[in-house]
Write a protein that binds this ligand. Structure first.
Ligand SMILES: NC(=O)c1ccc[n+]([C@@H]2O[C@H](COP(=O)([O-])OP(=O)(O)OC[C@H]3O[C@@H](n4cnc5c(N)ncnc54)[C@H](OP(=O)(O)O)[C@@H]3O)[C@@H](O)[C@H]2O)c1
Length: 326
């Protein structure tokens, strides 16, 4: 098969499209002939050696994808050749070879059927970001209808968090640096859309919210924005820390936390057990079906355009960036 091979850590420049051995399915595994794969910032971090996992090299990146079963290992009962399946979770693209390849071997309990009514592309790009957004929204238990602020709201996790928050009955404040994307986020259901590079955004938000404040922040960015997000929080507010695209958070005064009893909690989609991931997936699909929202595809690149697809992801997409494999 053809695959994007990572020969050494040090970044995406070390990826090359090459011939690689076809995977064969182990016990409890199937091989998928991939149709689409989706990109995630985690792929870049892993290529840079900035990820908890350091797989043996050469490695194939890619956490998300959809394809049809072309080989079945022993101890596989319900899956058959030709069946179309989506990678839900697991070690694919982390400690095992991933989806930036024509074929991938996946454990059967890490696979799900494509959601009804979704395109192949929507299905391929959804699992990692929707599970992450769901964990960020629900890790604090059931929240009464709340005001949810989302940083990096135009990205994969951001759009998922916006759609799921609205489906759960929350109000949403969406932050994006791009005016067109802010308009799109309002169309997707955000109640407020603000530019985090505007020095007055916190004051403008407080003015729009009146006496209300943010109850839950989902932070994909970190960096200097994190301390500004804290300023928008009401008493007892929670912050789900998802990502760090803006880099490390500069010093801040912890008094900002204790006077309002703010709680900060990390999100780790990989910490979902198999059973938890399947339960979360079923729950979030029910929410999406009830609200009628579908995942947003930003752009689809040809298989040999993976570096350009990563450039698009780094520039800031609106939804998911995908690779067409077959
Ligand atoms: N903890 C977990 O389990 C978990 C799981 C999945 C993802 N993540 C992390 O969550 C973060 C978001 O992931 P994603 O898939 O949503 O990423 P994404 O699709 O690349 O979107 C992120 C959005 O953030 C904005 N952005 C990008 N770089 C920025 C920067 N340097 N400063 C400020 N804003 C920036 C862009 O929006 P605008 O251009 O519109 O401003 C972009 O659309 C990443 O750090 C990722 O690694 C964590």
């Amino acid at each position: 098969m053809r695959a994007w091979i990572l020969d050494q850590f040090g970044g995406l420049d070390h990826l090359r499209l090459a011939d690689a051995p076809d995977p064969s399915p182990g016990a409890g595994e199937v091989v998928l002939d991939l149709e689409f794969a989706a990109l995630n910032p985690a792929d870049r971090y892993l290529s840079q050696g900035q990820y908890p996992a350091a797989p043996p090299l050469p490695h194939v990146l890619g956490r998300d994808g959809i394809g049809t079963v072309s080989a079945v290992g022993s101890d596989v009962w319900r899956l058959t050749i030709g069946q179309r399946l989506v990678v839900l979770r697991g070690e694919t693209g982390v400690s095992r070879w991933g989806t930036f390849a024509q074929r991938v071997a996946v454990e059967t309990d890490s696979l799900v059927l494509p959601p009804e009514g979704w395109t192949l592309q929507q299905s391929a790009g959804a699992p990692l970001v929707y599970l992450t957004a769901y964990q960020a929204l629900t890790q604090w238990g059931d929240l009464a209808p709340s005001m949810v602020l989302i940083t990096g709201a135009s990205g994969g996790v951001g759009v998922a968090a916006l759609q799921l928050a609205k489906a759960l009955g929350h109000g949403v404040v969406a932050l994006s640096r791009d005016p067109d994307k802010r308009k799109a986020l309002l169309t997707l259901g955000a109640d407020h859309a603000l530019d985090p590079t505007d020095p007055a955004w916190v004051a403008k938000l407080k003015e729009s919210l009146g006496p209300r404040r943010v109850d839950l922040a989902i932070d994909n960015i970190g960096g200097a924005l994190f301390t500004q997000v804290i300023e928008t929080m009401g008493g007892g507010g929670r912050i789900s820390v998802v990502g760090l695209l803006g880099g490390p958070v500069p010093q801040f005064n912890t008094a900002a936390l204790f006077f309002r009893r703010l709680k900060i909690g990390g999100v780790a989609v990989g910490a979902y057990t198999r059973a938890e991931a399947h339960a979360a997936w079923d729950a979030l699909l029910a929410l999406m079906q009830r609200s009628g929202s579908k995942p947003l595809v930003d752009r689809v690149f040809a298989f040999d355009e993976l570096p350009a697809a990563f450039d698009r992801l780094a520039a800031g997409p609106l939804g998911k960036v995908l690779l067409r494999i077959r």
